[in-house]
Design a protein around this ligand. Structure first.
Ligand SMILES: Nc1ncnc2c1ncn2[C@@H]1O[C@H](COP(=O)(O)OP(=O)(O)OP(=O)(O)O)[C@@H](O)[C@H]1O
Length: 339
């Protein structure tokens, strides 16, 4: 028996597609109930394949997975009753109205009569679709469609909601609105949200915990701050009003390196870059030291390590490089898509 404390648990999932593409190569996940968990990785990392297995739409070649305490292979029906799925592609019927879509989904999950209608209206109001509820979905904007998709996934009050790249293809405004909606959902009724994304910013903003996935396995897992904190230190960039004279660079570098909590000092013409344990706290000290050395500072910026830096450290390549590699042509017979 699995414990209910974990909403999702996988052990050594392996999945190879025909043609030999190894989509999953020992995927290990443990997602606590009641949190937003981000599965972050570039295109082709194996996120959708993981979600397909967890939502009983695909079978692993090896390994086990349980959702809401139910084994996905032994009790797929129980898993399906406990989950809501918002796939990358909308499942809504474009010819039907938003309300009709919700009523149909409700009926599929056993809701009847007034209870079903009440739930549909509740969700239309909640997702700001009340006015559009009686219009065919084909007339909805991208953001409205996405909100309806999430509403459809919630009709039967699932324990675990899977959101597969919920903001891909949305314009910035609709993306921001969807982020707000997901953040709002997160606090509710102990709902667990498993969010897959290839947007670093999306995972950083929404997920309490993140698993960074590369080549079909988790390369690192933790809270966004834990992951970034492991990189120790902020980058502080200072732009001087005038370039430092050649001979003055080494003593300036030595003076800055001697400051507490300051490392990796680089001086290059007008640009001074350092890593600091606490960037914001180091700025006044750096300004004073530079002033003493006769260097006037024009601008100072502090950058926290990003999830891209984390990815680079654990996957050995940048997120952009990995995305580019995933988009590169693959050998004949090995191509394929899950969409
Ligand atoms: N049906 C399929 N047949 C063959 N190969 C597939 C199939 N589905 C996925 N793949 C391959 O498996 C790997 C993992 O794909 P998957 O879709 O799980 O990654 P992903 O991280 O979700 O990426 P994306 O964000 O592009 O969906 C990729 O190399 C992909 O090309």
């Amino acid at each position: 028996m699995r414990t209910r404390a974990l909403a999702v648990e996988t052990n050594q999932l392996v999945k190879t597609y025909p043609g030999g593409v190894k989509a999953l190569d020992g995927m290990e996940l443990a997602v606590e109930s009641g949190i937003v968990f981000g599965l972050l990785g570039p295109n082709g990392a194996g996120k959708s394949t993981t979600v397909k297995i967890l939502t009983t739409l695909a079978r692993p070649d090896a390994g086990t997975a349980a959702v809401a305490g139910h084994d996905v292979l032994r009790h797929p029906g129980r898993v399906r009753a406990a989950i809501g799925v918002v796939a990358q592609k909308s499942g809504a019927d474009p010819v039907a109205t938003g309300r009709e879509n919700l009523l149909l989904q409700g009926r599929l999950y056993g809701l009847r009569g007034a209870a079903c209608a009440r739930r549909a209206d509740e969700l239309l109001a909640r997702f700001d679709l009340a006015d559009a509820g009686n219009r065919p979905v084909k007339g909805y904007s991208g953001g409205m469609c996405r909100r309806l998709d999430v509403a459809l996934g919630l009709v039967h009050r699932p324990e675990v909601l899977f959101l597969d790249e919920p903001t891909t293809g949305l314009d910035p405004e609709a993306r921001a609105a969807m982020w707000e909606e997901i953040a709002r959902l997160a606090g509710e009724d102990g709902l667990t949200i498993v969010l897959t994304t290839h947007y670093l910013e999306e995972a950083d903003r929404l997920a309490e915990r993140i698993a960074i996935v590369d080549r079909g396995r988790v390369v690192v897992e933790g809270t966004p701050d834990e992951l970034k904190g492991e990189l120790r230190g902020d980058a502080v960039h200072l732009e001087l009003s005038e370039a430092v004279a050649d001979g003055a660079e080494p003593p300036l570098r030595d003076a800055l390196t001697a400051l507490p909590g300051v490392h990796e000092v680089a001086v290059d013409g007008r640009r001074v870059s350092v890593r600091a344990d606490d960037g914001a706290a180091a700025v006044p000290t750096l300004l004073t030291a530079l002033e003493r050395a006769g260097a006037a500072v024009a601008t100072a910026t502090v950058a926290r390590p990003s999830l891209d830096d984390v990815y680079l450290r654990y996957a050995g390549r940048s997120f952009n490089e990995a995305e580019a590699a995933a988009e590169a042509p693959v050998p004949a017979g090995a191509a394929g898509g899950v969409r």
